[in-house]
Design a protein around this ligand. Structure first.
Ligand code: ADP
Ligand code: MG
Length: 575
């Protein structure tokens, strides 16, 4: 049974799947891949996709679009006299996509990978999952749109370490993501964006230009005229991809009005939008603690990225040619299809790992001094933590001479434990002592497969553990996951191979004196800071660099002095 990847977009959605070691797109009888995320109502029933979009102008009251902007909120839309949430409307889109895919692939589809914006919170994520459920689809995984785009890029460009700027310019939104790809890991380091900046704003700018050139007041025009002009503006904008000049002509109030549009004019009237994009870009670099020169490649995504003036602007801003992977509006779906391939263990990409966020908080029940009758949740792994994640905390006894502690594990955001979801428990003995004196260490480790490992250790070093999974695991898988978890549990600085490197540095320090000693001390500081940076790529670079030094010095002892005194290495100033 095929697994499909779905880019559930604000303006357009599309679906893909993995076959013959490549991504294929699902299209309708007309060969159209883009599926407008639009729902319409008629006496006979609902219309979804292009059929609904076609009626948008003539039946504005009965047509709803861009509802993804309100996913996860309480907003409701009226359609045919009934109320619908963004989740229900998304379910209609997903159901139609499922039907199209089944027709196209001639087999039932039950499983899917759906992309969501990186900034989506857990409510928005869980509403997306619920929408899929209503549509009869099981969500194998939600992946972030920029991760999907980065995956698509990476698969096309080869497995080199890369720092990417993913520029996703859609119909109503702009999402910028700073992504690091290395060692089969794709990590979103920072995101910035604007939920009200997209292709629609370019259409509006054209509309305003039309009015000013023809001395028209937008407010004086009828809703129909504005709707027709908006459509013409969008068509003219898209036509600029293949023509150097386009015209818009419309009779307004008995007068024939027209404008001519070329790239120069469009660039000028879009200046305020570009100023906003620049601000967002600077904001992103600041959040990523980075600078333009560290971005290896700029990947253009989204329908509005097809505009020549957008490419030109970015080219000037970054001083490099952007990467365009075929149709920019298919890149996210391409990544989703590749991920579907990963899940089906497609040979070439099975080991690829995407970092993800934990959509809910995981914690244990504890007794609060002032709320003794009810246990409250003490968070261990906060929602939106990057996965895989591990956290260790110490807890003390609440009662005098308590003999054991029952560690109860919960998932949720509520204050009192009973309002959260109970996941499991671990019982451990403690040394009987006055309240607050006996302790246990609790460690939570949560990986990208949704498997939670809880380890409890008492003062005597006795261990108890439990592995909680939202799917049933075979004995073999249990052993495999427990092994993997051990690696996640140790922060980089405590991992044996890194401890070995540190020991070498410390030995040098011991055997040196004077300036050399100071320099080695600096290297030790640089090494530990790098390993504790919390950035996977920095950790890897630090280890690589340190290993390289060690190897060189090991090979050629005479060079040791020279290497250590050879000025500052470039990477050091970055840490
Ligand atoms: P979303 O991610 O918001 O669902 P898309 O990535 O599909 O949306 O982008 C839709 C936007 O792309 C629309 O505003 C549309 O006008 C614009 N667009 C599509 N094709 C072109 C083109 N050739 N030139 C300029 N803009 C385009
Ligand atoms: Mg999109």
């Amino acid at each position: 049974m095929a697994v499909i990847g779905i880019d559930l977009g604000t303006t357009n959605s599309l679906a893909s799947y993995w076959k013959d070691n490549a991504v294929q797109f699902i299209h309708d009888e007309k060969g159209t891949v883009l599926f407008p995320s639009v729902v319409g109502y008629t006496q006979e029933g609902f219309l979804v996709g292009s059929a609904a979009k076609k009626r948008q102008l003539t039946h504005a009251q009965d047509t709803i679009a861009s509802f993804k902007c309100f996913m996860g909120t309480a907003k409701e839309y009226v359609l045919g006299g009934k109320l619908y949430t963004p989740m229900e409307l998304s379910a209609m889109v997903l159901e139609q996509i499922k039907k199209n895919a089944e027709y196209f692939l001639k087999e039932p589809i039950e499983e899917t990978i759906i992309t969501v914006p990186a900034y989506f919170n857990d409510k928005q994520r869980s509403d997306t999952k619920k929408a899929a459920q209503i549509a009869g689809l099981r969500v194998e995984r939600l992946i972030n749109e920029p991760s999907a785009a980065a995956l698509a890029y990476w698969m096309n460009s080869g497995p080199e370490d890369k720092t990417l700027l993913i520029f996703d310019f859609g119909g109503g939104t702009l999402d910028l993501s700073y992504v690091e790809c290395f060692d089969n890991v794709i990590e979103i380091v920072a995101v910035a964006g604007d939920n009200h900046l997209g292709g629609n704003d370019i259409d509006k700018a054209i509309l305003n230009y039309f009015c000013s050139e023809n001395e028209l007041e937008l407010e004086m025009m009828s809703i129909e005229e504005v709707a027709i002009l908006s459509k013409m503006a969008e068509e003219a904008k898209c036509a600029l991809a293949s023509k150097s000049e386009v015209c818009i002509e419309l009779e307004v109030g008995g007068k024939l009005c027209r404008i001519a549009l070329d790239e120069e004019i469009l660039f000028t009237i879009c200046m305020p939008l570009f100023a906003k994009i620049k601000q967002l870009f600077l904001h992103l670099l600041e959040d990523a603690a980075s600078r333009v020169s560290r971005i290896d490649d700029l990947v253009m995504v989204g329908g509005s990225s097809k505009l020549g003036i957008v490419k030109r602007f970015l080219c000037e801003l970054l001083g490099k040619e952007p990467i365009v992977l075929g149709d920019t509006d298919r890149v996210v779906a391409m990544g989703a299809g590749m991920y579907a391939g990963i899940r089906q263990r497609g040979e070439t990409i099975k080991d690829m790992l995407l970092t993800d966020v934990c959509p809910f908080t995981l914690g244990i029940g504890v007794i609060e001094r002032f709320v003794r009758d009810q246990n409250i949740l003490s968070p261990m792994i906060e929602r939106n933590s990057t996965l895989p994640a591990s956290c260790k905390k110490r807890f003390v006894t609440s009662y005098d001479f308590q003999k054991e502690i029952l560690v109860k594990i919960y998932q949720g955001e509520e204050y009192y434990v009973q309002d959260n979801v109970f996941l499991g428990e671990v019982l451990i003995e403690v040394v009987p002592k006055p309240a607050g004196q006996a302790w246990i260490d609790v460690q939570f480790t949560y990986d990208i497969n949704g498997i939670l490992h809880v380890l409890v250790i008492n003062e005597l070093g006795e261990k108890k553990q439990v592995l909680l999974a939202n799917q049933s695991l075979s004995e073999e898988e249990l052993v495999k996951y427990t092994k993997q978890m051990e690696k996640i549990m140790l922060p980089p600085i405590l991992q044996p191979e890194n401890q070995k490197i540190l020991a070498c540095f410390l030995e040098w320090y011991e055997t040196s004196t004077g300036i050399r000693r100071e320099q080695i001390a600096q290297k030790i500081g640089w090494f530990t800071a790098g390993l504790n940076s919390g950035r996977k790529k920095t950790v890897k670079e630090t280890i690589d660099m340190a290993t390289m030094w060690l190897n060189t010095i090991e090979k050629n002892k005479e060079m040791q002095e020279e290497l250590l005194f050879d000025g500052e290495l470039k990477e050091e100033e970055d840490i």
